[in-house]
Unconditional design. Structure first.
Length: 293
């Protein structure tokens, strides 16, 4: 996973969180880091008509912000900075990721989130419903966290279409970073209160066995993984009761509603975000042909 990593940067705490996570991932896998700040494109609203002097000022300010952000990146990580113009921040990030042949886009949480937790903003939400490049979400406060490298990659594995791409991406990240690999099965959540707990346990055991067999059979030689079944009254409850390491990364797949090679954040992943204390990477159902990883 040595392809570049793109960070969607804004001069905010969320932008600093994204840079911190991007630098951590880049250092772990030996990738270059590209900081991208997107400015409004030429087709801006008539409310803000084009003005050459203002455009020069805005680009100069953007370059200053990027230079300040680059100073926070460890010397061991090679980084570059880019100012791009697009109709939307998300559109500009995806275009930059294509241009730079990036393996990942990193963005921060929206303002107002709890420290260590996720709160989707407009840009992240748009990316998670349209990008064909995997997206990593940095929890609020990532800029202040002391975690370095990647200690463990947890893949939320299921049996729906897209599980193969998710498993491949998780294996690639674990191997490239030297991290442990954990396969997670979220079981029997959000069922009606009338459902017997015995039925829940049976369903959970059957699903876990299915996940264990299919996923472990797909692991390359030399790659090992632990399997854990999370239980709870809801997705949020199940995730909250799992053990999470400070240096961990969670990887989830797109919803079955996603178009091929596109992201669409499903309900399970969205619920996981409410309680997940570590960064989450969302991967498309199928990889781009010829994509690096």
């Amino acid at each position: 996973m040595t392809a570049p990593i793109v960070v969607g940067y804004t001069a905010t705490d969320a932008g600093a969180d994204a840079v911190a996570l991007g630098a951590r991932l880049a250092a772990a896998v030996g990738a270059e880091l590209d900081l991208v700040l997107v400015l409004p494109g030429e087709d801006r609203s008539v409310i803000t008509p084009p003005d050459a002097s203002y455009d020069r000022y805005l680009q100069g300010q953007a370059e200053t912000w990027l230079a300040e952000a680059a100073e926070t990146i460890p010397d061991a990580v090679t980084s570059r900075s880019h100012v791009r113009f697009a109709d939307s921040f998300a559109e500009g990030l995806v275009a930059a990721a294509h241009e730079l042949a990036a393996s990942l886009i990193v963005v921060g949480a929206a303002n107002g989130g709890l420290r260590g937790r996720h709160r989707l903003g407009t840009v992240a939400n748009e990316l998670l419903h349209s990008s064909d490049v995997p997206v990593a979400l940095a929890p609020e406060g990532s800029r202040r966290m002391e975690a370095t490298g990647i200690s463990r990659v947890t893949a939320a594995i299921g049996t729906r279409p897209g599980a193969e791409a998710l498993l491949d991406a998780s294996i690639a990240l674990a191997v490239a970073s030297g991290a442990e690999l954990r396969l997670l099965s979220l079981v029997s959540v959000d069922l009606p209160a009338s459902v017997d707990t015995g039925v829940i346990r049976i369903a959970g055991a059957a699903h876990a066995d299915d996940v264990l067999g299919k996923a472990l059979d797909a692991l390359p030689d030399g790659v090992q993984a632990d399997v854990v079944v999370a239980r709870g009254d809801s997705i949020e409850d199940a995730v909250a009761h799992l053990g999470w390491e400070p240096g961990e990364i969670a990887v989830v797949g797109s919803s079955r509603l996603a178009q091929p090679r596109r992201l669409f954040l499903g309900s399970t992943a969205a619920k996981m975000l409410h309680e997940l204390p570590v960064p989450m990477v969302v991967v498309p159902r199928t990889r781009q042909e010829g994509a690096s990883r």
